[in-house]
Design a protein around this ligand. Structure first.
Ligand code: ZN
Length: 341
């Protein structure tokens, strides 16, 4: 007779292979306040309306680490959502935390450790108290909130030292002060390059950026997308599409790391047979819809018509996925010749 655990494993696999895979949608916040800079803030009323929409759509809100691992490994039964807050601002403690506690939603705060205790940021006591609550995770957002991709003129050994200080310094401080050692990192400004991704892989960490899209089996563990939720991006009219979006069926690990080789950059990727280039729609930051070229072997090529003048920008592509939902692909670009902010 077959042992019970083997029968169970077999049934689980059989069920998964026939189920439609779903994904994890991660929302990214900074301040939740009406009094902080609008570009990095979500107003209290918008935040509440967003949380209400999660409830209306009956989406499960899950802890980020477990949710990401499950989405990367096997997908989920239906879309789930994880909530994240970067920079450990005070308004997360005073305003967002009580609203989340009321609903019993888990969430993650990415802490840049040098800023803790400064005006507008949480104190170590507040972080300690928050971390003791059920469902709250603290994770690494570097010590110094630096631009961590290697700078054009930066010697390799100098970059190496800088990265170790930013990554390991913050991890050590969270460990020593609060006993927290979470294998997750949020890139400051969402900026990364391939060597930095390798440093995260070496440490066994997941890396979260700021380009949009859900996390699924096609995602790469060191360039995980999140949907920014500041006032300009988090409006309810577009939120439902984001919450129900599906990971684009292209291996994200084969897409460019984002440091632009030319301006405007070219993005090429293989379009799976079940999708058609005629139903693919792509947009470039600040330029609206851009043309799509098919270049043979099932590849498509996208390039904005004009030079970009900012340090960070994106190409976003969507394709209908059935049931009114969309496959969502976002390619972040980083122009290291532009000034740091
Ligand atoms: Zn940040």
């Amino acid at each position: 007779m077959m042992p019970r655990n083997i029968v169970f494993a077999f049934l689980t696999l059989a069920t998964l292979s026939t189920a439609v895979r779903a994904d994890l949608v991660v929302l990214q916040y900074h301040h939740v306040s009406d009094a902080t800079p609008p570009s990095t803030s979500t107003s209290e009323s918008l935040f509440e309306a967003q949380l209400n929409m999660l409830g209306d759509l009956e989406l499960e809100v899950v802890p980020l680490l477990e949710g990401t691992r499950q989405a990367l490994e096997q997908g989920t039964a239906r879309n789930s959502v994880a909530l994240t807050f970067d920079d450990a601002y005070e308004s997360v403690y005073t305003t967002a935390a009580p609203m989340l506690a009321d609903r019993g939603y888990p969430y993650t705060v990415f802490v840049n450790t040098d800023a803790v205790g400064r005006t507008g940021y949480m104190t170590w006591d507040q972080l300690e108290e928050l971390a003791s609550r059920e469902g709250v995770t603290l994770a690494n957002h570097s010590t110094d909130h630096g631009h961590l991709a290697r700078k054009p003129d930066e010697p390799e050994d100098q970059w190496q030292q800088r990265i170790e200080h930013s990554l390991d310094g913050a991890q050590k401080e969270l460990q020593q002060r609060l006993g927290i050692d979470t294998p997750m990192f949020a890139y400051p400004y969402g900026e990364f390059d391939s060597p930095l991704e390798d440093r995260l892989s070496d440490r066994g960490w997941l890396g979260y950026s700021q380009h949009s899209g859900p996390i699924g089996v096609y995602s790469s563990p060191t360039r995980l997308p999140r949907f920014p939720m500041a006032n300009a991006y988090g409006q309810l009219g577009s939120l439902e599409n984001k919450l129900l979006s599906r990971a684009f069926p292209v291996d994200a690990g084969n897409l460019p790391d984002g440091v632009i080789p030319g301006n405007p950059p070219i993005l090429e990727f293989p379009l799976p047979e079940k999708l058609s280039s005629g139903r693919l729609t792509c947009f470039a930051s600040g330029m609206g819809r851009i043309d799509i070229e098919t270049v043979g072997d099932g590849m498509v090529r996208v390039q904005a018509p004009e030079t970009f003048n900012s340090r960070r920008f994106r190409y976003n592509c969507t394709h209908p996925a059935g049931d009114g939902r969309f496959y969502w692909l976002s390619q972040p670009w980083l122009d290291l010749s532009q000034p740091e902010d």
